[in-house]
Design a protein around this ligand. Structure first.
Ligand SMILES: [Zn+2]
Ligand SMILES: [Zn+2]
Length: 559
């Protein structure tokens, strides 16, 4: 009985939290001794530690010497001793320091690597939330490895807090590693947890299992050195594999989206430089996947350049150029989906994020003053956390004709993607739903396309044998107003998302005013600051996260 290892569901969040809290404290206390930063403090700290471990009675007349009792548990670790008298040995003070230090390193290393290993079995930090369980309360798959919980913003907050702490703890070893006190293997552990943070906590999955405001609170709360470490790891992995990554869009999208979340412009600039490097072809037939011709047929440049341009243009508020770049990248991806390694559900989810991001940008530049209806998750992921400038009338806008053709092209891309995904409906369920919701958002924001979208839904339902009742509910509805209501209720089901009317003050009456009666919140603004503060009020009213906690987002956004 007492040997029973608790099953994952018994691993209590509070227990784990306490276990983790204790380690950074231990490191904070001991690191100044193990790897002292300032010379003048060394002797002082060193003395205190030796006193703690060997007692005051170990002091001798000569400050360079200490006497150590045979009964002291650390005595066997001391290599050199000069003289032995009954129960005491006389040692050099540096040897004693060395011994205590070595003991602490081993102790800390053991504790942290143990928690690093054990954590891999804790579903709160190391598993993705199961969408099937989250949406219906049961999961048919008996081998399902995912976390079976019903998510709420609070639960997601606890999960992310724990994951953030876990990563912070594992990263403590980095200090010792950089001083040459630990072997290279600890990097594997750190990389594993960096990957895990991205995969299970930072990456957006679906409105039922992800909550962007919670993600950004977690990011804003990362200690600076941990955040830098994460960027470094993400960045290094991305760049180290760059030679083989020109055709691996899964890797490229994954890392660039994390960098976007962490808002690190230097990495985006570096990525841009990397993706602008051309290579010489000895023959035009040598063009490989992930490259296109550049200035004739004897030079090639990575397609990833379009992705890097998307972010660079956005930073400079060149929204239309950004949209064009992104569309070129998406287009190439759709035509070469297998060759560029966009197969896994995670990879296609990231591509879907890019499609959502791009389409919502089209809405913003379709008119001088914005009057839009978008999910809160879009507003946070694509505007608040990155660049809210496209919402403010200091940027070029589309002509009506170009605006409509840009949207038309988005619908086209979504349709192509859906055609690829419906072959494996079960595996891609959450992504299919995201794309269907996006189509409804398009009709909602530009009524000219309502009929196209209803026709597209009819076409899909006649073409595929659809399994999911949720998808069917959307596709079978032939009244667009009802579709809007279904979307509204679907998004807010878990409180992790909801529709928001984004209304610039210069427009007297929002065209979505009718929607407010159904409980859709309206965000009125005329500056970026007002956009942010109104968004925060809305988040706080829906998720019950206190407004002052959300203010933490600012530190991330404005850094
Ligand atoms: Zn999922
Ligand atoms: Zn499951």
């Amino acid at each position: 009985m007492w040997l029973q290892i608790p099953s994952p569901s018994e691993i209590n969040i509070n227990y784990w939290d306490e276990r983790l809290q204790y380690l950074p404290r231990l490191c904070k206390l001991t690191f100044p001794f193990i790897v002292p930063q300032k010379n003048d403090e060394i002797t002082h700290i060193s003395k205190e530690f030796v006193d703690i471990f060997f007692g005051f009675e170990s002091k001798m007349q000569n400050p360079q010497k200490r006497k150590v009792s045979f009964y002291n548990p650390l005595n066997y670790l001391i290599q050199k001793n000069e003289a032995i008298t009954d129960c005491w040995m006389i040692c050099d003070v540096d040897d004693v320091h060395q011994t205590v230090s070595q003991f602490l390193i081993t102790y800390i290393y053991d504790r942290i690597s143990k928690i690093g290993q054990d954590g891999k079995d804790n579903p709160n930090i190391a598993s993705i939330i199961c969408y099937n369980f989250a949406s219906s309360g049961n999961c048919q798959n008996s081998n399902c490895q995912m976390h079976h919980v019903s998510p709420t913003p609070l639960l997601l907050f606890q999960r992310q807090k724990l994951a953030r702490l876990q990563y912070t703890v594992v990263r403590q070893l980095d200090v010792l590693y950089r001083h040459g006190l630990l072997c290279k293997e600890i990097l594997n552990l750190q990389n594993w947890w960096a990957e895990n943070l991205v995969k299970c906590h930072l990456r957006y999955h679906s409105p039922h299992t992800s909550c962007p405001e919670v993600t950004y609170m977690a990011l804003a709360n990362l200690p600076i050195h941990v955040r830098d470490g994460l960027i470094n790891e993400v960045y290094k992995t991305m760049l180290f594999n760059k030679s083989k990554n020109a055709n691996d869009f899964e890797v490229m999208l994954k890392y660039i989206l994390v960098i976007q979340q962490l808002r690190d412009k230097t990495v985006i600039d570096e990525f841009y430089r990397e993706m602008s490097k051309t290579k010489i072809l000895s023959h035009p037939n040598d063009l490989t996947v992930g490259f296109e011709y550049y200035c004739g047929n004897f030079q090639a440049i990575p397609i990833g350049r379009y992705l890097s341009q998307f972010f660079s243009f956005l930073y400079n508020n060149k929204v239309i150029s950004a949209i064009i770049s992104s569309k070129s990248f998406i287009n190439y991806s759709l035509k070469n989906i297998k060759q560029v390694n966009l197969i896994s559900s995670d990879a296609l989810g990231d591509l879907t994020s890019l499609v959502e991001f791009t389409t919502s940008l089209i809405f913003t530049v379709g008119q001088e003053y914005c009057d839009l209806c978008l999910p809160r998750a879009y507003l946070i992921n694509y505007f608040e956390a990155f660049n809210a400038k496209p919402l403010i009338p200091v940027r070029y806008t589309y002509s009506r004709k170009n605006y409509l053709s840009a949207i038309n092209n988005s619908i086209d891309q979504v349709q192509q993607l859906l055609d690829l995904l419906f072959c494996k409906e079960q595996a891609y369920l959450t992504i299919i739903l995201r794309l269907i919701r996006l189509l409804i958002l398009i009709g909602l924001n530009e009524s000219k396309f309502v009929q196209n979208i209803l026709n597209l839904f009819k076409h899909i339902i006649s073409k595929y044998d659809i399994f999911s009742t949720k998808i069917k509910k959307y596709l079978k509805e032939d009244d667009f107003t009802s579709l809007e209501i279904i979307l509204h209720n679907d998004l807010k089901e878990k409180f992790c998302d909801s529709l928001v009317i984004v209304h610039h003050r210069c427009i007297s009456k929002s065209k979505f005013a009718f929607f407010e009666k159904n409980g859709v919140k309206r965000l009125t603004y005329n500056s970026i600051e007002e956009f942010r503060s109104s968004l925060r009020k809305i988040i706080s009213s829906v998720t019950e996260i206190p407004e002052d906690k959300l203010a933490l987002l600012d530190s991330l956004v404005e850094s």
